[in-house]
Design a protein around this ligand. Structure first.
Ligand code: PLP
Length: 298
């Protein structure tokens, strides 16, 4: 059972992934882009000085598990099976060093429609999620523990989550809570770039960029500051803001607050975010042709 000396509890070697499986109209089970999560899991493992997991354990293990449990994938619109692979240090020893033993597990959980009601977001200027050279690009447990307080303070102010900014100037935009963020300026989509390794490279982020490009938008992955955003809002050029992630797919932001400046959006009038969500959901549920080969049959 659990020993008080379990290394993961003391030194934080713990990583995870989040993936979803769907059933199409014929009752066949498919997993959405599991190889991307597999690669990211091992990137997290290397950063945390943990062993990487071979493909036949991660992918084939997941495939066999879902094959066994596929009746848990609800055959209903907007339902899916959430897949949570995780790995943690399992040495029972006090002392700061990489563990010699690890446990790798995959847990499953059926999920229903996730109504992403438009969010109110606070631009964070005190707390930091990630700094260059840190672990922001990894899906390790500590990143989430470290973020909870900022989210709680934002909630006390009446906001759902924070929009993280960079550690030095608190002006370069990173992510919204545990989602990547997209800013739509008319026919252009901008999302923060990854080169400083402070941003988690979302699979939904990559999928959104592909679909938005196909919808005819220009995509820019680059640094973007809060000042550029407020200026674009004032001149009417900033039309939509939304988060992307496996849980809710696309989450619109109806209010964004920076210091005393409040940006409001009428999300009912948006065109891009709803169209993007419809396409991504359609591909995952087998209703729209999977031309990018994202769905892996179980
Ligand atoms: C998991 C996660 C995301 C979204 O990644 P997806 O692969 O799209 O689910 C974004 N930011 C953070 C911090 C995350 O942990």
């Amino acid at each position: 059972m659990l020993e008080p000396s379990l290394a993961a509890l003391h030194y934080g070697q713990a990583i995870f992934e989040g993936i979803k499986a769907y059933k199409n109209a014929n009752g066949e089970a498919f997993i959405f882009r599991p190889y991307d999560n597999f690669n990211r899991f091992n990137i997290s493992a290397e950063r945390m000085e943990m062993p990487t997991v071979p493909e036949e354990i991660f992918i084939e293990g997941m495939r066999q598990l879902i094959d066994l449990e596929k009746n848990w994938i609800p055959a209903k619109e907007d339902y899916s099976l959430y897949i949570r692979p995780l790995m943690f240090a399992s040495d029972n020893m006090i002392g700061v060093k990489p563990s010699e033993k690890y446990k790798f597990l995959i847990m499953l959980c059926p999920t229903g429609p996730y109504y992403a009601s438009p969010m109110k977001i606070y631009v964070e200027e005190k707390y930091t999620r990630a700094a260059p050279g840190g672990v922001g690009f990894a899906k390790n447990a500590g990143n989430y523990g470290g973020s909870l307080h900022a989210a709680a303070v934002a909630r006390k102010r009446g906001y759902d989550q924070v929009l993280w900014t960079d550690a030095f100037e608190h002006k370069w935009l990173q992510e919204v809570g545990t989602m990547n963020v997209f800013f739509i300026f008319g026919n252009k989509a901008v999302t923060p770039s990854l080169e400083e390794e402070t941003i988690l490279e979302g699979v939904t982020r990559a999928s959104a960029m592909t679909v938005l490009k196909e919808m005819g938008l220009t995509i820019e992955e680059r640094k973007i500051s809060i000042d550029e955003l407020t200026d674009a809002y004032k001149s009417g050029k900033l039309t939509e803001i939304f988060g992307t992630g496996t849980a809710a797919t696309i989450s619109p932001i109806k209010e964004l607050r920076y210091k005393d400046f409040v940006m409001n959006f009428d999300t009912d009038k948006w065109k891009i975010a709803p169209a993007l969500k419809k396409t991504l959901t359609g591909i995952r549920e087998g209703k729209i042709e999977d031309k990018f080969d994202w769905m892996v049959k179980v």
